[in-house]
Design a protein around this ligand. Structure first.
Ligand code: SAH
Length: 338
C-alpha cells in the first residue's frame, strides 16, 4: 500500500484516477484490480503487475470465535501478526509496527525473537485492510485500531503516525483519531512528542512493575529510563493532553503481584488520570501466571486507594493470543524444517 508508488504509476493518467484507485482500495476493498471497473482495462492490468493488492496471510480462529489472528507474510518473507477482536459493539484490531522487537522483554514472545526491522507505512496499513476485507463479508467495519502487536510503536514513530494519517483520512478508512490507541513500554521523548503531535490518540503504558530493579529484569530496555523519569513524563503528558491513560500491568506469579507491589503501584500512580488494566500473564516462557484469587486481592488494594481498575479477559489464549507467539512459533517451525 505504498501510496506514493501508486501516485508514481498513475502520474501519466488524469488526476481523478488516483481518487478512483484509492476508492477501490479503501472503500470497495478490492484485492484484484481486474474488478476495478472504473479504470480502463489496460491500466487494471498494469496495476495488477506493478501494484498487486493481494495480502499473503493465514488465519487462526480462537475456540470462542471472538478473536482471529492473521499471520501475514511480507514481501521479503518475514512474518507479522495482527489480531481481530470482535465485541458486540466494536471490531478492534491489534496491529504490529515492527518485525520482532528490540526491547527484549523476558515475558514477551516477540521480545525473544529479537529485532528484524521497522514496518513500512503500507505494511502497517495493510493489516487493517486485511480485516476490513474480511469484515466486509459480514457488512461490518473495523472500529478501533490498537498498536499492541509485535514491536514498539514509538520506536517506529514516523511510519506509525503516517499510517494513522492514511487510515484516518476520508480517502482512507475515515476512522476518527480517538479510535487509535498506542501501547508503549515508555519511550519518554516520544511520549512527549506524541502529546504535541497527536494529543487525541489514546495512549497505553506497559508499566508491569513499579520497582526499578524488577522492571529492569523484566524489561532490559528499562536501563534507559528510571521509573521516576517515566512518572514525570506521564504527568507531563497528562497535563498537555488532558486525556486519561491506560496502565497495562501483566500479573506474573511471585514477580510483581504481591500486596506490597499493589501499594507501591498505587503510590506511583498518585495524581495520574488513568485506568489500570490487570492482564493475566499468558505463559510464554519461564514465568507463571498469577492465580485468579491473587489478582482479585491485588485489585482490591488498588481500588481501596482510589485507583480505577479493569481486568482483561483472556481472549484468544488458545490461538496463542499474546503478542508474537504465532510468528515465533512459525520461526520455530521453519528452524525445524531447515
Ligand atoms: N512495545 C509495546 C507494544 C507491544 S504489546 C508495549 O510494550 O506496550 C505489549 C502488550 O502485550 C503488553 O502490555 C501486554 O498487554 C501484552 N503482552 C505481551 N506479552 C504478554 C504475555 N506473555 N501475556 C500477556 N500479555 C502479554
Amino acid at each position: 500500500m505504498d501510496l506514493k508508488k501508486l501516485e508514481r504509476i498513475l502520474a501519466d493518467q488524469p488526476a481523478f484516477r488516483i481518487k478512483q484507485a484509492r476508492h477501490f482500495i479503501f472503500n470497495e476493498l478490492g484485492n484484484d484490480w481486474s474488478e476495478a471497473t472504473t479504470l480502463p482495462p489496460l491500466l487494471r492490468q498494469k496495476l495488477n503487475q506493478e501494484f498487486p493488492l493481494n495480502i499473503e496471510s493465514e488465519f487462526h480462529k480462537s475456540k470462542d470465535g471472538q478473536s482471529i489472528k492473521a499471520l501475514i507474510t511480507l514481501h521479503d518473507g518475514l512474518k507479522i501478526e495482527t489480531v481481530l477482536m470482535s465485541h458486540a459493539d466494536r471490531e478492534s484490531v491489534c496491529v504490529s509496527t515492527q518485525v520482532g522487537c528490540a526491547l527484549a522483554c523476558t515475558f514477551c514472545a516477540t521480545g525473544q525473537m529479537g529485532f528484524k526491522r521497522n514496518l513500512q507505512v503500507d505494511e502497517i496499513v495493510l493489516q487493517v485492510l486485511l480485516w476490513q476485507r474480511r469484515l466486509k463479508k459480514q457488512q461490518k467495519k473495523v472500529t478501533n485500531v490498537i498498536f499492541m502487536g509485535m514491536g514498539e510503536p514509538l520506536l517506529n514513530y514516523d511510519n506509525l503516525l503516517e499510517a494513522i494519517k492514511i487510515m484516518r483520512s476520508e480517502q482512507g478508512f475515515g476512522l476518527g483519531t480517538r479510535r487509535f490507541s498506542i501501547s508503549t513500554i515508555g519511550i519518554v521523548d516520544k511520549i512527549l512528542k506524541l502529546a504535541d503531535d497527536e494529543p487525541e490518540i489514546n495512549l497505553a503504558l506497559s508499566l508491569h512493575v513499579s520497582k526499578d530493579d524488577i522492571r529492569k529484569m523484566l524489561i532490559p530496555f528499562h536501563e534507559n529510563y528510571s521509573l521516576a523519569e517515566l512518572r514525570q513524563t506521564m504527568l507531563e503528558y497528562l497535563k498537555k493532553t488532558k486525556r486519561k491513560i491506560m496502565i497495562e500491568y501483566i500479573m506474573i506469579d511471585g514477580i510483581n503481584d504481591s500486596i506490597h507491589d499493589a501499594r507501591n503501584l498505587a503510590k506511583w500512580l498518585k495524581n495520574m488520570i488513568c485506568v489500570v488494566n490487570l492482564i493475566p500473564y499468558n505463559q510464554t516462557g519461564v514465568y507463571k501466571p498469577t492465580p485468579m484469587a491473587q489478582i482479585k486481592e491485588f485489585k482490591k488494594v488498588l481500588t481501596e486507594r482510589g485507583v480505577e481498575v479493569t481486568e482483561r479477559y483472556k481472549m484468544g489464549e488458545d490461538i496463542a493470543g499474546a503478542c508474537g507467539q504465532l510468528a515465533g512459533q512459525n520461526i520455530e517451525k521453519n528452524k525445524k524444517l531447515a
